[in-house]
Write a protein that binds this ligand. Structure first.
Ligand code: SF4
Length: 121
């Protein structure tokens, strides 16, 4: 059996069971994933090790000065979270806004929309 170069531990956040998953890496390749109780956990651990993704929740400024809570419609690469926040800090949104409405597109060049998480009249 080939030697493992590195082992990373990942806590799965896909469901409340919170499985501790071990990812074994050799020569930059994932050779084994263990500790997960289902395939979703293996997929999450693989993504977390190769390109961690997160849903960004933040606020954007409305034209009247109030803050509107928003989130990305899908997870974006974790490494782009700060860039996305910086980009959104310059955004001004005109009301009224419906919950789920797209208020900004292609945040940080990810192709992902930013949507309102509450309505504003
Ligand atoms: S591996 Fe499966 S069962 Fe375990 S926390 Fe992740 S989603 Fe839940």
């Amino acid at each position: 059996m080939s030697a493992v170069n590195e082992e990373k531990s990942v806590t799965c956040i896909v469901c409340p069971r919170g499985c501790r998953i071990k990812v074994s890496i050799k020569g930059g390749e994932i050779i084994r994933i263990s500790g997960n109780l289902c395939k979703r956990g293996a997929d999450y651990a693989r993504s977390e090790v190769t390109q961690p993704m997160r849903v960004l929740t933040t606020t954007v400024r409305l034209e009247d000065g109030h803050l509107l809570p928003v989130k990305t419609a899908r997870p974006i690469p974790k490494e782009l979270l700060f860039e996305a926040v910086r980009e959104l800090s310059g955004v001004r949104v005109k009301g009224p806004i419906e919950i789920g409405q797209v208020v900004y597109s292609n945040v940080a060049g990810t192709g992902v929309d930013v949507v309102a998480t509450r309505s504003w009249n």
